[in-house]
Design a protein around this ligand. Structure first.
Ligand SMILES: Cc1ncc(COP(=O)(O)O)c(C=O)c1O
Length: 361
């Protein structure tokens, strides 16, 4: 809290954003996609162009700087899709810290390339075999490891966990929305009508939305993973279908049975496969400030392929959920309206899984 408004800290963070992460990230007008759907203009906030290929690095450079100021030498983290793990391993190398990254064994198989990247960066990748071997289980074990080693710094990857972690992560991600505001005002001289982001824990969504929460004309749209369908048991629709509950030290909309046992979540996109969601997003929903929708695995894969073929940009499967909804929405809106989609990451990590498991060649 002391460092939040510290001039020197802010200066060092700004330098890392600019010279290490490569910010500001581009706001790209997707002309061909817009033409194809014939409605609202579709812009993409290109977080995929950041160093390491996703928005996750915005948070890890900030938290690593915080860890350094606290005199910490060891980082502990969890990862789902491996993007956060790669971003942690990267800052551990940069800041000369050791690092243990917990990852579910199912995710290790689906996100092999990111496992190799973490190892190359010098991180210790620890497989988590309990539960389903996905993100929730990785958080369970990583939190346990942190409790046994309080001298380490727990570098959480989304706007989740006990207070003040969701606020810390949001504050390091809000650069996305700040830049977006400036960029859209420059090219369109008005604010967007819609901001659309996929939601796992919710960090890329909160990062994009935060600067616009009080703008009543800007609609905030959270796209959750509908997996194999909202009417099946295989989805991760925490905001849409969850009830208030507690997970990993915070209260949120949570997928649970009638007795309060946490239900398994599911998404083909490892980074969205989590039964809860950030508490601030839950609160925005309750306040009526958030539209909550879903996109299925199939819709996301189709959107991933479509953006690749139309615009020459391969998005992460997570980000493709936001795209899948945004294109449907664009088709229904007049030409003068503007939709900005958070392209939270690039899709290299997903290409093999898509061709091997998710589509018929
Ligand atoms: C590219 C990408 N987008 C989105 C997410 C979801 O995380 P969050 O909801 O915290 O943005 C992940 C998580 O791993 C990711 O890798």
């Amino acid at each position: 809290m002391k460092l939040k408004n510290d001039k020197q800290f802010k200066k060092e963070l700004a330098d890392l954003y600019q010279n290490y992460v490569g910010r500001p990230s581009v706001l790209y007008f997707a002309k061909k996609l817009t033409k194809k759907y014939g409605g609202a203009k579709i812009y993409l906030k290109r977080e995929d162009l950041n160093h390491t290929g996703a928005h996750k690095i915005n948070n890890t450079v900030g938290q690593a700087l915080l860890a350094q100021k606290m005199g910490k030498k060891r980082l502990i983290a969890e990862t789902g899709a491996g993007q956060h793990g790669v971003a942690v391993a990267t800052v551990a190398a940069l800041f000369d810290m050791s690092c243990d990254i917990y990852m579910g064994n199912r995710d290790i198989v689906n996100q092999k390339m990111n496992v190799y990247r973490m190892k190359m960066l010098g991180a210790n990748v620890i497989p988590v075999t309990q539960g389903q071997g996905t993100l929730k289980d990785a958080v369970d074990v990583a939190l346990g490891a942190f409790i046994n080693d309080p001298e380490a710094f727990y570098l959480i990857g989304s706007v989740v966990g006990p207070h003040p972690l969701p606020m810390i992560v949001r504050d390091f991600q809000k650069i996305i929305g700040k830049e977006t505001r400036k960029q859209i005002l420059k090219v369109e001289s008005k604010l967007p009508n819609y901001l659309v982001a996929c939601v796992g824990g919710g960090s890329n969504a909160m990062g994009l939305f935060y600067d616009f929460i009080d703008e009543s004309e800007v609609k905030l749209v959270a796209v959750e993973p509908a997996g194999e369908g909202a009417n099946t048991t295989k989805h991760g629709l925490a905001l849409k279908k969850g009830r208030p509950g507690v997970i990993h030290g915070f209260k949120c909309n949570l997928l649970q049975d009638k007795d309060g046992n946490i239900l398994e979540s599911y998404s083909a996109a490892s980074g969205l496969d989590y039964p809860g969601v950030g508490p601030e997003l839950s609160s925005l929903k309750e306040l009526g400030k958030l539209r909550v929708v879903g996109a299925t695995d199939k819709e996301a894969v189709a959107a991933m392929i479509e953006l690749s073929k139309e615009e020459g940009i391969i998005p992460a499967l997570e980000s493709a959920h936001a795209l899948a909804y945004a294109t449907k929405l664009a088709a229904k809106l007049p030409n003068e309206e503007i939709i900005i989609v958070n392209l939270s990451g690039r899709g290299d990590k997903d290409v093999e899984n898509v061709y091997e498991n998710l589509i018929n060649n």
